[in-house]
Design a protein. Structure first.
Length: 431
């Protein structure tokens, strides 16, 4: 058999086609792994900067102190190499922000300083109160700014059993004395807190304000029940139109036209009497007022809206303020250490407004306020006078009030009373 040239080429071409076909049937080889860079096993963590009221203080120190008597702003900066011109500029530039003359004794302040052997101040933070502060910057730029700490409101509950007094019970419970004042104000006209019985008890839902996770006071009582001599007195906080008040289960206001006490809950040192032995004059005479003992400087408040008719010093009365509330009622407040600024005849005052401060001026042996009350021109016992109540719940708001009352009452019912043998106990807590 003879193989021609064309036959040979055709045979070779056929073999190449078969080989190519067989290669396509084989799987593609896996790709070689790409070398990856080795990761550091202990990568260095980047810590966020330490901030102090917006200032980075990682390389700085903070020195805490309090304002001493007679110190000015320059005195607070003096140990920290701040030149007099810088302090002068601060004082001048701060007028629209904070009057440096209002630095108060015993107020705390922090100085942000370098960690040198002779520390240099970068800023000073003065705490005006628990919430408000002022920062005096003396670093690259001299300027002053005000700030406010965030305030958290926490709902809390408590219950207690009275053995001696409400104030003693609240103190033994480790709660703020402000809770005593607030409860006494809510139930002032329903309960004589100076004549409580052992075994009287209470439950309360209230809001506490906290700054830096510390309590700074009671902002509001939302609901309470006070069992006095076997009778339960309920109080519910409710806003009616633009005014808020406390109401009983029937929607009647617990408030009267006047506050019952001219000072936050304190101690009655002498009651209204027709024949009392006067500790200064050393003889018996009528005492047409009620004395409330309180520390010197305790704010005295107007018990109702009215107009000041007298604000002056008298030989026997000391510093005093007299207020006409309307054509029927007039009140007077004696023996003040100081009359509040702005008090003069013709001044309009609001209920609860500070009109002076407790003292012992005039015929007085100790710090107190003598509270006097006139009705139709005659002096009467302020604690016994019958006064009109504030406005009750309006008919159109009664459905909303009943709903709010039911919700608050359910919460009160869930608070357990401590055993009556127990002096006091806290039940519940933050919610």
């Amino acid at each position: 058999m003879k193989f021609t040239y064309k036959v040979v080429l055709g045979f070779i071409f056929s073999i190449l086609l078969v080989v190519a076909f067989l290669k396509r049937l084989q799987p593609a080889p896996a790709p070689l792994p790409v070398p990856q860079p080795k990761q550091e096993q202990h990568a260095q963590e980047v810590k966020p900067p330490t901030l102090f009221y917006g200032m980075v203080v990682d390389s700085l120190a903070i020195v805490r102190n309090t304002v001493k008597k007679g110190q000015r702003l320059a005195d607070l900066f003096a140990p920290y190499q701040v030149q007099g011109q810088a302090v002068y500029n601060l004082s001048r530039n701060s007028k629209a922000v904070f009057d440096v003359r209002k630095l108060r004794v015993n107020k705390p302040y922090d100085v942000v300083v370098t960690k040198d052997s002779l520390p240099v101040a970068k800023a000073l933070v003065y705490y005006h109160n628990n919430i408000d502060y002022v920062i005096f910057h003396v670093d690259d730029t001299v300027f002053v700014e005000k700030g406010r700490k965030p305030v958290a409101t926490v709902e809390k509950t408590a219950s207690g059993v009275i053995q001696n007094s409400l104030a003693a019970t609240i103190t033994q419970m480790g709660l703020s004395p402000m809770l005593t004042n607030e409860l006494a104000d809510v139930f002032a006209w329903q309960i004589d807190f100076f004549r409580l019985y052992p075994g009287d008890r209470f439950k309360v839902i209230y809001e506490e304000q906290r700054v830096d996770d510390k309590s700074i006071g009671i902002s509001l009582i939302k609901a309470a029940v006070f069992e006095h001599n076997g009778y339960e007195n309920y109080a519910y906080y409710f806003k009616q139109n633009s005014k808020t008040d406390y109401f009983d289960e029937d929607g009647k206001s617990l408030r009267k036209a006047f506050l019952k006490y001219p000072v936050k809950f304190s101690r009655i040192s002498s009651r209204y009497s027709g024949n009392r032995y006067h500790p200064v004059l050393k003889r018996y005479k009528a005492h047409r007022g009620t004395d409330f003992a309180a520390p010197k400087g305790t704010p005295i408040r107007a018990v109702g809206d009215g107009v000041v008719v007298a604000a002056q010093f008298g030989k026997n009365n000391g510093n005093y303020v007299k207020i006409r509330h309307n054509s029927i009622y007039t009140t007077q407040y004696l023996h003040m250490s100081k009359i509040a600024s702005g008090m003069k005849p013709g001044t309009h005052v609001k209920q609860g407004q500070t009109i002076g401060y407790v003292g012992a001026t005039g015929l007085a042996t100790g710090n107190h306020v003598c509270y006097r009350f006139w009705k139709n021109g005659y002096q009467v016992d302020a604690l016994q006078v019958k006064l009109p109540s504030s406005e009750p719940i309006k008919p159109e708001l009664m459905p909303a009030y009943k709903l709010a009352k039911a919700q608050l009452k359910a919460k009160l019912d869930n608070i357990a009373y401590p055993p009556k043998a127990t002096t006091a106990a806290i039940m519940g807590g933050a919610r």
